[in-house]
Write a protein that binds this ligand. Sequence first.
Ligand SMILES: [Zn+2]
Length: 412
Amino acid sequence: MIIIPLGVASATPTSIRHLPSLALWREGSVHLFDCGENAQMRMLQAGLKRSKIENIFISHFDVDHYSGLIGLIATLQLQRREKPLTIVGPKGIQEYVEWNFRFAKIDLNFEIHFVEVEEGFESQKVIDEEEYYVEARPLNHTTFCMGFRFQEKDKPGKVDAKKAEALGITDDEQFKALKAGEDVELEDGKVIKSYDIVGHPRPGDSFAYITDTKYCPNSVKLAMNTNILYHEATFSDTLADKAAETGHSTSSDAARVATEAQTKLLVVGHFSARYTNPFVLLREARAKFFPAWLASELRPIYTNPALEKGIVKQRVYMKEIDENAEAGSSYKGKSFDKRGKGRGDSDSSKRFRKRRSKPDTRSQRSRDDSQERRKRRPERIQSERSERSEEYTPRPPKHITPRTPFDNYDRF
Ligand SMILES: [Zn+2]
């Protein structure tokens, strides 16, 4: 299971953050949680095929969470999709989608299967497939809003092939029956019990998507023992009043849910536009629940990196602002384009900028001196200064990431 945040802003997008949307990749299929404006473009940039979308889950009817839905479906139509699509959302989602396409006089050539959830429910399995199911529960927001848990069903245990052969099993059908939990009777009448050959069932991966809510017990129930919990952290603790007023969470609320639910990794997102640097939110979350990370757009998070790394290849990288100055930048002959390359790099010692000399005690005196000198020889000073400005090289970008093992996405 791979989780790829496509938009981590809250209601207002910023120059670097898009409206809420998150993709879950599993066994070649994509499941979309919320569909803000830009979601379809962000999918392309993340390296996800739109044709692979199987389900779309809309948490609630705040415009930022579903504004990309019609555009995305229109694209699927242009791509001549034939496979049916499932859309899960609050009651009214079917009317909204159908009205839009009636209005645009588009007759969709693929079927949309709607699952509408009405207010007042306690818990509902909105999707139940052979290998996974999705559970929804109501959250606590200013409008009716749902959270989701995507749960893979337990996988059958591994078959001990050597032991099975030793017991006399050779047929593929017999192997399959044993794996499915059935006992097999051999020709000589000997019965081979399934549990002798097959190991314990392996638990499936799980993911919870909880956004636009205050702290509520249903969040904990959805997130219980998940591999990854995506929780909104719109505000920092200093704005707890505003969070309560608008039906949102602080980063501490997110950490509280993660702690109570014993999730393995907390990913916070849905940042208010006021935080140009959301690390303040991460710091607060980590103070209460350590395996926490900031959702970073297009950056995949794996439940099993050994198997999943490299499957989804990001197509677009955010250009760091400092790179704009790259042409002129020749800091120690190196450019700083590759993020993460600095750490553990053999050349990393070169990257430390020289300590600036402290303002010295003679500064007052020297300033007086220099003023005098300027009066005396203005031309020479002027030329000195222009020389100095040519030597000027921009500083390398600061790495503000705290250095802890959890900074490394590949761990998850
Ligand atoms: Zn929102």
